[in-house]
Design a binder for this molecule. Structure first.
Ligand code: DCP
Ligand code: MG
Ligand code: MN
Length: 366
């Protein structure tokens, strides 16, 4: 029986997590607004389940899992048909897996159409909307996309996304990210030895595998110079060395203080090396603390930090922590007063202002 099975991860609830993960990915592929909130809750429940080391056997056990118990009390009176049991915070969903080893909702969601749209979303630059558009145009396979079936037109980035579909959809071992960074950093420093070059994202959090390489570049302007234009020179050099192989999204202006680049790279001296996703971003020296914090993530941790900031009357983004921000009540994203920066140069001061004890990157999980 599932409840007594010992999984390869050693977690007695792995079979529950596998089913919840499967359903989460289906909701993620659907991509409607409501589904995105649902996905967030599944992520939180899955994370919480990783830390439950006893097998879940009863409804009460399920209720004790963080994020499951919390919201269920409010929903206890709702009807519970198997098919419509669709919320991660519902312990009934966990109990269905415990009792039957399966989750009917997965079969209900996993339609041939959604499976196809999921495949399309594996193409770089294709989100739920575009995947739906391709499907509606009559495309059913990646080959249909390449052939422009139904009159669809691919962007250059999407073409690259299909060409290296498998590479882009697999994560790299941490060691490979390290090796690539060790090649790239000296190239940047050769252009300007005073640059600060950081590797961010999952790598900085100490993860064993990375979905991409995130590199942040800035420079102390005390000597009157700054990093403007570095991306232009660096990308040229990296292309020449065969480290960067394809561009996906070029910065609007590589001479801006803030610029973002997205592309593919590889270890040039290994003929069999895979293409890996790489992001570069340059940021003003002054906001390096806020940028370090943001681009280290993870995304759910960032959400929590922003939530705490908002509760204290502040506003947090990748450029700094602000006080006195006034927002348009009917359009939250619109600021009627941008406020004053109260912390931005170091991560430590941002944690301090938010009254959160400093967390090293490896502990920053939502
Ligand atoms: N980020 C965020 N919200 C997003 C996207 C990104 O807060 N919607 C921040 C947090 C991420 C960081 O940027 O940690 C880097 O983004 P990535 O998409 O590269 O994510 P990770 O590096 O964390 O994971 P992966 O290994 O999948 O690249
Ligand atoms: Mg990353
Ligand atoms: Mn990235």
């Amino acid at each position: 029986t599932p409840a007594n099975a010992v999984s390869s991860t050693g977690n007695p609830n792995q079979y529950i997590m596998d089913k919840l993960q499967e359903l989460m990915e289906l909701h993620e592929a659907k991509g409607a607004d409501g589904d995105q909130w649902r996905v967030m809750t599944y992520k939180k429940v899955l994370r919480a389940l990783k830390n439950v080391h006893r097998p879940i056997k009863t409804y009460e056990d399920a209720m004790k899992v963080p994020y499951v118990a919390e919201k269920t009390a409010k929903k206890a009176s709702l009807s519970r048909s198997y098919l419509w049991r669709s919320n991660a915070e519902d312990p009934g969903q966990i109990m269905e897996i415990v009792n039957t080893g399966d989750l009917q909702r997965i079969k209900y969601e996993n339609t041939p159409e959604l499976r196809t749209r999921k495949v399309f979303q594996g193409v770089y630059g294709v989100g739920p909307m575009i995947a739906q558009k391709f499907y509606n145009a009559g495309c059913r396979t990646l080959l249909d996309l390449v052939e422009g079936k139904g009159g669809i037109v691919l962007t250059e980035a999407q073409k690259v996304g299909i060409q290296f579909y498998d590479d882009i959809n697999s994560r790299m071992p941490r060691e490979e990210a390290q090796a690539l960074f060790d090649l790239i950093k000296p190239v940047a420093l050769k252009i300007d030895p005073k640059l600060e070059v950081h590797i961010m994202g999952s790598f900085r959090r100490g993860k064993a595998t990375c979905g991409d390489i995130d590199i942040m570049i800035t420079r102390d302007p005390a000597d009157g110079k700054d990093h403007r234009g570095i991306l232009h020179h660096l990308l040229k050099a990296l292309h020449k060395k065969g480290i960067i192989t394809e561009d996906l999204a070029l910065p609007e202006n590589p001479f801006d203080e803030e610029a973002i680049y997205r592309g593919l790279c590889r270890l040039p001296d290994r003929p069999d090396s895979k293409r890996r996703r790489i992001d570069f971003l340059t940021i003003p020296w002054k906001c390096r603390g806020a940028a370090l914090l943001y681009y280290t993530g993870d995304d759910i941790f960032n959400r929590k930090m922003r939530y705490k900031a908002n509760k204290m009357g502040y506003s947090l983004n990748q450029k700094g922590l602000y006080a006195g921000v006034v927002r348009n009540p009917s359009k939250w994203s619109e600021k009627t007063n941008t406020g004053n920066v109260i912390a931005c140069e170091t991560e430590e001061e941002i944690f301090a202002k938010l009254e959160i004890p400093f967390l090293p990157p490896c502990d920053r999980m939502g």
